[in-house]
Design a protein around this ligand. Structure first.
Ligand code: ZN
Length: 68
């Protein structure tokens, strides 16, 4: 069973790195994301153009604002 746990930890570590890299890259660009940072749904082009630098779809944005 240790192997399965090792693989799971490796995978979790990998995804954490990917997420951190993505976050850092987005922090340096003001461009809108094509895909939602939270749920990976495509962000409608109209929203990308209306909200400069938006990183999430509308429903995730609402969740983020409610959390604040
Ligand atoms: Zn979303």
């Amino acid at each position: 069973m240790a192997d399965v746990i090792d693989i799971a930890y490796d995978q979790a570590d990998y995804f954490l790195q990917v997420a951190l890299d993505r976050r850092q890259r987005q922090a340096t660009t003001a461009a809108s994301a094509e895909f939602c940072e939270d749920c990976d749904d495509p962000i409608p082009l109209r929203r990308q153009q209306a909200e400069q630098g938006c990183q999430t779809c509308i429903s995730c944005q609402e969740l983020r604002e409610r959390r604040r």
